[in-house]
Design a protein around this ligand. Structure first.
Ligand SMILES: Nc1nc2c(c(=O)[nH]1)N[C@H]1C(S)=C(S)[C@@H](COP(=O)(O)OP(=O)(O)OC[C@H]3O[C@@H](n4cnc5c(=O)[nH]c(N)nc54)[C@H](O)[C@@H]3O)O[C@H]1N2
Ligand SMILES: Nc1nc2c(c(=O)[nH]1)N[C@H]1C(S)=C(S)[C@@H](COP(=O)(O)OP(=O)(O)OC[C@H]3O[C@@H](n4cnc5c(=O)[nH]c(N)nc54)[C@H](O)[C@@H]3O)O[C@H]1N2
Ligand SMILES: [Mo]
Length: 758
């Protein structure tokens, strides 16, 4: 660590001068500031490209420039002038690169040409595209079964590449599609399908203009969805309530100014974001929501007895739902002691916030990783849905359920069929359109893929984007799994850890990024993406490609497909000449994409629709469904001194580390820090500034340890701690996954702290 650590509470609001200063610094660091300034002006504008940052929807665009500080970082990161080429790899062995930090690796620049790993010299050497495709085809042909290969996707991939990829992999014969959703919002999809019949959010951007209250659960929008702050601020300004539910006091949720509103910054004023900030214990949200429902039920019964106005929306419940009685029985059976202990929030506070909910006619609930990366995430999200259904807050204007997605096209990739458990209707449509026997057997999600590679059952790993080695749990186990493969292939824009954890053979295939012009035989091509609000729109690159040797993601998929399958079941290469042809195939097979090419011409794209929003319930019983789960038991039965959540700093994009600062949390020059409450420091006999090891307590006999973390005192509930991902991924046991979601429990890791000796 060359830089010295500095801890300094952030005095300002989120956004403001700090954001402006940081944007400027990242522009200059890219070494092509002028080009990138022009590039930024094209972000999220018609004719421009979709911001590679996050999946928040697009606003009303009253001429406002539509990017944020962290979107600017994402653009500058892709549009850097530095290059990682053959000379770079000749100079650095894989072992020497492996010893570098993730921050250093990604700072080396854009990957410039296809490379193949040479085990004898431990260096990557150049390879032609045709030879690379042939090598992949050769390995895939040698497998005993297509189920011995794993095909990962990260959520930046556009719809066109995703559709071709799933078609190619299914034509080859497997549903092994581990993808970043498995690490992210999987629980939202599973829970919402059960509760309301659609695994996606039910709100549009317009709903945020009409909501009376917005509850933000387990999310840090100031860093991860900065454009959402605009939406929240507009809501607060017209009198709506924002309630933040987060163990950690997040600056961006407390108050903020907007960097594009200089007057507000000059006056030093900041909109007070929320009237309420609840700090439950990690994993305590289900108990907290259950408590609110208990309070609502008491008020409902009181109203019944006194002839007052009902609290529940009885007409909606009668016409649209099932399971209420069984659910209310579980609510009655849950006692306040358990609710208070699990949530860490007192009964009177929970009753108070239940009143905010009751008095609001239209309520939106949003959530992200603080809710989805737990053992009981599916049950928690279904509990949020229960609470919303009681007052008919699904399928009316200004109300609804809103899982805020991560990667800019992670939702679109699922829509295109990147799914290890695809629905029968989708497979039927594929089989009909392309005339082959589509594989029906469920494939591997991320954790199953790691287990299969580790056990030697899977022998080829192909990644369309992402950084599998760093993003997944149990780093030692994952690395052993990848090294066990005969071939690993990474389609990437930048050098990362996954290139250095190789199979016996390994390839790096460099691709165009979102910001770059994609020229094919038929001219410049656009791609399309879908945001968190189910809006599909076009994205056009504007920059010259980083190297003439780059291929687009669709072209790479087509190249592999042709090498393996020839022109079957489609003429892959002819599709690449003009992506309209891919979109025609999508229109033929994916519901909601009829006339795709025509509708994509609309400047802001088109809305895919959502049946639950129309109050059509595609659930098993044909109605919105109350789920009756007891509160979880694992929260209090672990052996740790503390429970650790792993989260993002302000200067990173997942495993991509832009810098070593976390401005809003007041940490500078260091990422190996652990946030602990003052009460816990005192209890454990530790002091802020001391260095500790974090040791996981899973009770499975395996030692999982990360070393040299500096203690930072922070405002969070006793018993809870926080540290950055990916540095803490070695602590997450592969076997610790969500019930029914199989997502690693990255927000609930029992640990003990060990003081460094000497
Ligand atoms: N700049 C930037 N933007 C990004 C990303 C990035 O890394 N950088 N990543 C993208 C991706 S893929 C995703 S998925 C999203 C992630 O967006 P977020 O979900 O906001 O990301 P995290 O940093 O994991 O933050 C989790 C938040 O949940 C809180 N939390 C943790 N555990 C609990 C809990 O048990 N209950 C409650 N109520 N809260 C809890 C944490 O304190 C923290 O505020 O952002 C996307 N956008
Ligand atoms: N402990 C812990 N682990 C977590 C999480 C957590 O909160 N805690 N969060 C999880 C979540 S929500 C997610 S989504 C995953 C993220 O997992 P991934 O999606 O696998 O990881 P990223 O860090 O987003 O991937 C970064 C790499 O993507 C490549 N890349 C960037 N742009 C492009 C492009 O346009 N095309 C291609 N082909 N490649 C590109 C670059 O080479 C870059 O190095 O991590 C998960 N892991
Ligand atoms: Mo994510």
């Amino acid at each position: 660590m060359s830089q010295k650590i500095r801890i300094e509470p952030y005095p300002g609001a989120a956004g403001g001068w700090g954001a402006l200063k940081s944007t400027t610094r990242h522009l200059l660091n890219s070494e092509q500031a002028l080009t990138n300034l022009k590039t930024l002006a094209n972000t999220n504008q018609p004719g421009g490209f979709d911001c590679p940052g996050c999946a928040w929807g697009e606003g009303k665009h009253s001429g406002r420039v539509s990017f944020c500080e962290n979107g600017a970082k994402a653009v500058n990161w892709e549009a850097t002038a530095r290059r990682v080429d053959a000379a770079f790899f000749a100079e650095h062995s894989v072992a020497s690169l492996y010893a570098q930090t993730d921050h250093w690796l990604e700072s080396q620049g854009r990957l410039a040409e296809p490379m193949v790993y040479d085990a004898a010299s431990d260096h990557y050497a150049p390879i032609s595209w045709d030879d690379a495709f042939a090598l992949i085809a050769c390995h895939l042909k040698q497998l005993d079964s297509p189920d011995q290969a794993e095909f990962y996707t990260s959520g930046r991939t556009g719809n066109e590449a995703a559709f071709l990829y799933q078609l190619f992999v299914r034509a080859y014969g497997t549903n092994n599609f581990p993808d970043c959703s498995n690490l992210c919002h999987e629980a939202s999809g599973v829970a919402l399908r059960r509760s309301v019949g659609v695994g996606k959010g039910t709100v549009t951007m317009d709903d945020f203009d009409q909501a009376d209250a917005i509850f933000v659960f387990g999310q840090n929008p100031g860093t991860n969805h900065p454009r959402m702050l605009d939406t929240l601020r507009d809501a607060v300004r017209r009198g709506a309530q924002v309630v933040a539910i987060n163990p950690l006091k997040e600056r961006g949720l407390e108050r903020f100014t907007h960097p594009q509103h200089p007057l507000e910054m000059l006056s030093g004023g900041a909109t007070t974001m929320n009237t309420l900030y609840m700090q439950p214990k990690l994993g305590g949200d289900m108990a907290l929501v259950r408590g609110m429902v208990k309070a609502l039920l008491a008020a409902e019964r009181h109203a019944e007895q006194t002839g007052g106005e009902p609290v529940f929306d009885h007409a909606f419940i009668a016409e649209h739902t099932e399971g209420l009685d069984a659910y209310l029985a579980v609510v009655d059976a849950t006692n306040w002691d358990d609710i208070e202990r699990q949530s860490g929030v007192t009964r009177d506070v929970i009753e108070g916030v239940a009143e905010v909910y009751r008095k609001s006619e239209r309520v939106i609930a949003t959530w992200a990783m603080g809710i989805t990366q737990h053992k009981h995430s599916v049950a928690t999200i279904q509990e949020i849905a229960n609470w919303m259904l009681l007052r008919g807050n699904v399928g009316k204007p200004g109300a609804g359920l809103c899982p805020v997605r991560g990667h800019s096209n992670v939702q679109g990739d699922r829509t295109m069929g990147i799914n290890e458990r695809p629905g029968a209707a989708f497979l039927d449509a594929l089989g009909r359109r392309f005339g082959f026997d589509v594989p029906r057997k469920h494939g591997h999600a991320v954790v199953e893929a790691i287990q299969a590679m580790k056990g030697g059952q899977s022998r080829v790993f192909f990644a369309l984007g992402g950084n599998f080695a760093a993003a997944t749990p149990d780093t030692a186990a994952t690395e052993a799994a990848l090294r066990n493969c005969g071939l690993t292939v990474q389609v990437s824009t930048k050098l990362n850890r996954s290139h250095l954890v190789t199979g016996k053979a390994a390839l790096i295939l460099p691709c165009l990024g979102r910001t770059e012009i994609d020229i094919q035989a038929g001219g410049a091509q656009m791609i399309s993406v879908e945001d968190s609000m189910s809006m599909v729109h076009a994205s056009n690159g504007v920059l010259e490609p980083a190297s003439p040797q780059l291929k687009s993601e669709p072209a790479i998929v087509a190249g592999v497909a042709e090498a393996l399958l020839g022109k079957w079941p489609v003429d892959w290469m002819s599709l690449i000449e003009d992506y309209d042809r891919i979109r025609e195939l999508i229109a033929d097979t994916v519901p909601g994409f009829e006339d795709f090419n025509e509708r994509l011409k609309a400047p802001r794209g088109f809305y895919l629709g959502n049946a639950a929003r129309e109050r059509h319930w595609d659930t098993a019983g044909g109605r919105a469904t109350f789920a009756a789960s007891p509160l979880p038991v694992h929260l209090e039965s672990h052996e740790g001194d503390l429970v650790l959540q792993t989260l993002r700093s302000h200067d990173q994009y997942n495993t991509t580390i832009y810098g070593l600062d976390d401005r809003y949390r007041g940490v500078f020059g260091q990422r190996r820090v652990v946030f602990v409450s003052g009460a816990d420091l005192a209890r454990l006999g530790l002091a802020a500034g001391e260095a500790v090891d974090l040791v996981a307590e899973w009770g499975d006999g395996i030692e999982r340890r990360v070393s040299g973390f500096t203690l930072v005192e922070y405002d969070l509930p006793p018993g809870s701690a926080a540290a950055y991902y990916p540095e803490t991924n070695p602590l997450v046991a592969l076997a610790s996954v969500g019930d029914d979601s199989r997502t690693p429990t990255s927000k609930f890791i029992p640990i003990r702290l060990e003081k460094l000796k000497g």
